[in-house]
Design a protein around this ligand. Structure first.
Ligand SMILES: [Fe+2]
Length: 471
């Protein structure tokens, strides 16, 4: 049932760099029509919505580890007939309702979870579950279902006005736990989703039909309960890169972090047929992957474009010596060998492609990087100001530097049939004016900068992943 938009602003401030500057949350849910064009023109043929999710804690968190916590907030720019509108809404998960009732933050955070006071819980809440589930990472459409996604928690179904409809069940009797990144098979339209476990050393793969009904689920045994943020779908396989980021209940009981880096485990790579057949394992040096651009089969090889992190760090203050870089990995199924190459040697994250190429051979990867032209902002990790396009056939890197403006992940919006025929959508933030814009670039000519800039009626905090939802 639709509820009234929240009109209160955020009443607290934090010194945490991931909760200040453009990482600071916004409180108001607003609707604005006829957005002002600052530059360019709105393509008449653009019909649909660019929707982006991100962590936007409503109440001051008890503890905060970016990018693993926060309340989900969806920001949408909707296009129709050469006009654009904006609206934003919280994802009203059960955890959101519990904190709404308390009027303050009550969750201890993923590193230091603590029990929720019984008086705040309802009859269907698990008193033993201390984890906040707030669907703040991603958003995707599957069939008729628009879903807000978090990290291994129920997916929340979202209505056309961004209202939260309830937990998604995928045709089953109970909410289905999904990860933030799920992939749809280009031929069958089946969705494959990954759900790892914080306690047990397994990861579960869900196979959901194009109709949104769960077909089957199967488990893969791991060495330890592991954090796996994203995975690779090819035409015939699912590929998991399992870095040594493990959940350790005993360590937590001793007052240490729940999430531990166990280098000695290395990174193990699982290649599994889509029907759940036996898994083939590859071994690699320890590294961590948050995000894959794409993966595909080439003969007996599996080719994967992704961002490699030296080690998993969350929160602020700790940094790897090497920046996360955009790379290609080739798994040679015949010999069991793993080969790698770098596409770009400076920091990069948020890799995306033309989603129509998911699991198929793809040539172009888009990603974000950081240049010295950004003089504002607070230096927190996850801050970027430059968009890259990597041509994986030639190795050419084309870029647009937004200068002293912070740019988010770029989402590809198809225009024509070819892989490069489309636009890239993102939100921009100007630290001088503390205001946000929506920008659209032509994927063929990203170096020319935005073909459209729209003024937004409020600041859009730095967020995570978005999607283009055609009308
Ligand atoms: Fe992600």
């Amino acid at each position: 049932m639709p509820v009234d938009p929240i009109e209160e602003t955020i009443s607290w401030q934090s010194d945490n760099p991931h909760l200040s500057g453009n990482f600071a949350p916004v409180g108001r849910e607003i609707d604005a029509s006829a957005l002002e064009v600052i530059e360019g023109r709105i393509p008449e043929e653009l019909s649909g919505a660019y929707i982006r999710n991100g962590p936007n804690p409503r109440y001051e968190p008890v503890s905060y580890n970016y990018p693993l916590e926060g309340d989900g907030m969806l920001h949408a720019v909707r296009f129709s007939g050469g006009r654009a509108s904006y609206h934003n809404r919280y994802v009203r998960t059960r955890s959101f309702e519990i904190e709404d009732k308390a009027g303050r933050g009550v969750y201890g955070g993923i590193m230091t979870p603590r029990p929720i006071e019984p008086g705040l819980l309802g009859p269907h809440d698990d008193p033993d579950n201390p984890f906040k589930a707030s669907a703040f990472i991603g958003v995707m459409q599957h069939g008729d279902h628009l879903l807000a996604l978090g990290e291994v928690e129920p997916a929340w179904e979202i209505g056309p006005g961004l209202e939260t409809l309830g937990p998604w069940t995928a045709g089953t009797d109970e909410p289905i736990a999904l990860g933030a990144h799920n992939r749809v098979h280009p031929v069958t339209g089946d969705m494959f989703a990954l759900s790892y476990d914080l306690i047990s050393p397994t990861v579960r793969i869900h196979h959901i039909g194009p109709d949104g009904i769960l077909r089957r689920s199967f488990d893969i045994a791991l060495a330890a309960p592991s954090m796996i943020h994203d995975f690779v779908l090819t035409e015939r396989h699912i590929v998991l890169l399992i870095g040594p980021a493990v959940f350790d209940m005993e360590a937590m009981m001793q007052g240490k972090s729940f999430l531990q880096w166990r280098e000695q485990l290395g990174t193990r790579i699982a290649v599994m047929p889509l029907d759940g057949g036996s898994v083939k394992w590859f071994e690699a040096e320890p590294f961590f992957v948050f995000h894959f651009a794409n993966g595909f089969e080439r003969g007996s090889d599996i080719v994967i474009d992704y961002v490699q992190h030296e080690k998993l760090y969350v929160g602020y203050g700790k940094r790897n010596t090497m920046p996360p870089t955009l790379r290609r990995l080739v798994l040679d199924a015949a010999s069991g060998r793993v080969r790698g190459q770098a596409w770009f040697d400076k920091v990069a994250e948020f890799p995306r492609i033309d989603d129509r190429r998911t699991a198929l051979a793809s040539r172009y990867v888009y990603a974000s990087t950081l240049t010295e032209a950004l003089t504002g902002g607070n230096g927190a990790s996850g801050t970027f100001n430059c968009l890259l396009r990597i041509d994986t056939e030639t190795g050419d890197v084309t870029r647009h530097d937004f200068g002293n403006r912070i740019a988010g992940e770029a989402v590809f919006i198809p225009r024509g049939e070819s892989e490069i025929s489309g636009w890239l959508a993102t939100y921009l933030y100007d630290p001088e004016t503390e205001s946000s814009e929506f920008a659209l670039l032509d994927a063929e000519d990203i170096e020319d900068g935005p073909v459209l800039r729209l003024r937004l009626p409020q600041r859009v905090p730095q967020g995570l992943h978005g999607a283009w939802i055609p009308a």
